[in-house]
Design a protein around this ligand. Sequence first.
Ligand code: ADP
Ligand code: TRP
Length: 331
Amino acid sequence: MKKVSLTGIKPTGSLHIGNYFGAIKPALELSKEYDARYFIADYHALNQVKNPEELERCIREVAAGWLASGLDPEKVIFYRQSSIPEVFELSTMLMAFTSKGLMNRAHAYKAAVQENQDKGIDPDTGVNIGLFTYPILMAADIILFNSDVVPVGKDQVQHIEMAQDIAQSVNAAYKTDVLKIPQARITESVAVVPGLDGRKMSKSYDNAIPLFGPEDQLHKLIMKIVTNSQGVAEPKDPDVSQIFLLYKLFASQEEQNSLAARYREGGMGWGEAKEELFRVVNRELSPLRERFNAIMADREGLDNILARGAEKARPIADTTVKRFRKAAGID
Ligand code: ADP
Ligand code: TRP
């Protein structure tokens, strides 16, 4: 029997190339070998996005993004989290096995509290319970589908460790393997894609290159990448250049070697390095962008794909919940 790979993306904004290399591409690679279950984490997004039009748009964009990037819904079970009520039932059950202390240690929650403390205001200001219990909902997403591996970026590793902890508590309580213990799977070479300002690319930092934006926007953003003040003539070290880091994601090995040599020789300015970057990025993203636009234009087609995915997912989810309920004495 094939092992299970599962991951989800929170629809809180437009997809960017960090999501593509850190999440979508490695997940699609795994789907060749594993039984893949990939989903849109829309109830996770609800914590952040309270504008219904925006949430709806983000859900459709993330769904279309997966498909445009090559997800085959005949091979991958592809669904919206909100279509699987068993996720929320399992989440409630898992709460009974999750210590508050574990949740206190979650990075996102801790950061929110710290920010308030730094401002000298009540530590709970603006912190909703959805943020606090976020790792439990995520554990339910993962555990429900008997996931073996969870392809994610480095920032999500703590959440997977919490899912392991929680599942282990359940198994320890019933002295049997009720739940599968998942493992994180990180693609080290692209673990963190840098953004326009050199920090981790993230929609929260306003430094992202959107995956499906129009060509002129792509060009404009790439030209905005922050560089140092080295002049055209100066030799440059490709290994410390954000532009080169991004270039490596899109260029062939040959192209990388040849551009690295030009960096080291001197005579190439940052403007030219950016044009080279734009060329390879646009080459890879153009066909994706076209597919994305076509999928976005076909509302009904997209709805049908997601509905069929939910139909395939629910029987699996039901089996896990039933097994847990039985072990727990709630039959
Ligand atoms: P953002 O930081 O823009 O809010 P998310 O937290 O929604 O992105 O991330 C969705 C998925 O994409 C996660 O698996 C995350 O690890 C991955 N990811 C996000 N940004 C990057 C990045 N800059 N490099 C690598 N992976 C990333
Ligand atoms: N927390 C993940 C993120 O912020 C999204 C997510 C929700 C997820 N549930 C998941 C990822 C289950 C992997 C598995 O990007």
